[in-house]
Design a protein around this ligand. Structure first.
Ligand code: 3PG
Ligand code: MG
Length: 398
């Protein structure tokens, strides 16, 4: 898709930009424990400041359900954000009306104000037109830099874009370009890795992918469901046995569409999920006991998957291959992540990964910076992989 960016916005000096960011950061006792989402917003904020615009930052935090919940205020972000920007950041006690208008009016060119949690208003999630209009009255242009909130059709992500010239921010632009390179308009052959525990939460995603990919490797707990559906003994492994028919349907559809499905050919089995637990590797198809649990893919599966990656030009990855949080069941995920990193660094592969657990898994393998792009978006990344239009992105289409 084509979308408008800040390069299409014309001169910005003296204008006010209303910038939707995703500052839904992890916090403990009023302190940020991971400031990635603040850092991600810096290029857009700085670009606007350098162009002489006033910057009003609009964001949600947590799920206050339309009420003022003091513990969900965005105020604790003011200091960390001003430290990152190297200049003061003002705060407005409300994101619309008097407090917001006054705070923006008092800014110098290049000044920044953070507006209070937009979800303190029930009208936000209702995508209320009047509320969207009030937001739009604060500014001359709207910039959406919150890909990770773009699956929400809310006033601050969708409605407001109808009332102002609307542009993708720098981080939104990077994200959309990476996603397009992975699934929209990729270099073929394309391989996907989908892991995680449940087939049921990733049904739409699997169905969309089998129609688009040349190969799809299935890992994690959901591979157990697929193996079970093929009549393989999975012992006492986590699986959704009632999804066996669905798993077979997906296999049939993949075959019809020319997508090769890669399931583990060997697995790592243990009777308990704890660090350093006694584990053994077995070929899939061997008889397991009732307390055996499949917790990771085995070395033959890793070798086969790595060879399939070598035969591909693009990789899209969501979900770990095993219980990577509990070593030694991180072995397959780490080995494949390192291989992906090597191929990417060599210029042989475009590798895009995303979704909550995937980011932790790639971080755990220490290769985050070596992939082409790692998306920190959770729900938005999944919905995009499902092939669903994201309202916040659609609103920016040129
Ligand atoms: C996120 O943290 O995933 C986004 O900010 C969206 O938050 P939400 O799931 O509460 O809409
Ligand atoms: Mg969330």
């Amino acid at each position: 898709m084509t979308f408008r960016t800040l390069d299409d916005a014309g001169p910005l000096a003296g204008k006010t930009a209303l910038v939707r960011v995703d500052f839904n950061v992890p916090m403990e006792d009023g302190r940020i424990t991971d400031d990635t989402r603040l850092r991600v917003a810096l290029p857009t904020i700085n670009k606007l400041r350098e162009a002489g615009a006033k910057v009003a930052l609009l964001a949600h935090f947590d799920r206050p359900k339309g009420k003022v919940v003091p513990s969900m205020s965005l105020k604790p972000l003011v200091t960390p954000l001003s430290e990152l920007l190297g200049s003061p950041v003002r705060f407005a006690e409300d994101c619309v009306g008097g407090p917001a208008i006054a705070a923006i009016r008092d800014l110098d060119a290049g000044g920044v104000v953070l507006l209070e949690n937009v979800r303190f208003h029930a009208a936000e999630e209702a995508n209320d037109a009047e509320f969207a209009t009030s937001l739009s009255e604060l500014a001359d242009l709207y910039v959406n830099d919150a890909f990770s909130a773009a699956h929400r059709a809310h006033a601050s992500t969708e409605g407001v874009a109808r009332h102002l010239p609307a542009y993708a921010g720098e981080s939104m632009r990077r994200e959309l370009e990476a996603l397009d390179a992975a699934l929209g308009n990729p270099k073929k052959p394309v391989i996907g890795i989908v892991g995680g525990s449940k087939v049921s939460t990733k049904l739409d995603l699997l169905k969309n992918l089998v129609g688009k990919l040349d190969r799809l490797a299935i890992g994690g707990g959901m591979a157990n469901t697929f193996l079970f559906a093929q009549g393989v003994d999975i012992g006492g492994s986590l699986a959704e046995k009632d999804m066996a028919d669905t798993a077979r349907e997906i296999m049939t559809e993949a075959a019809a569409k020319g997508c090769e499905i890669l399931l583990p050919v060997d697995v790592v089995v243990a009777t308990e999920v704890k660090p350093g637990a006694a584990a053994r590797t077995v070929k899939t198809g061997e008889t397991l006991s009732a307390d055996d649990k499949i917790l990771d893919a085995g070395p033959d599966s890793v070798a086969r998957l790595n060879a399939a990656i070598d035969a591909s030009k693009t990789l899209i990855w969501n979900g770990p291959l095993g219980v990577f949080e509990v070593p030694p069941f991180d072995a397959a995920t780490v080995a494949v992540a390192k291989h992906v990193a090597d191929r990417t660094k060599a210029g042989d592969l475009i590798a895009v990964a995303g979704g909550g657990d995937t980011v932790s898994a790639v971080n755990h393998a220490g290769v985050t910076d070596d992939l082409t792009f790692v998306s920190t978006a959770g729900g938005a990344f999944l919905e995009w992989m499902e092939g669903k239009p994201l309202p916040g992105v659609e609103a920016l289409s040129a």
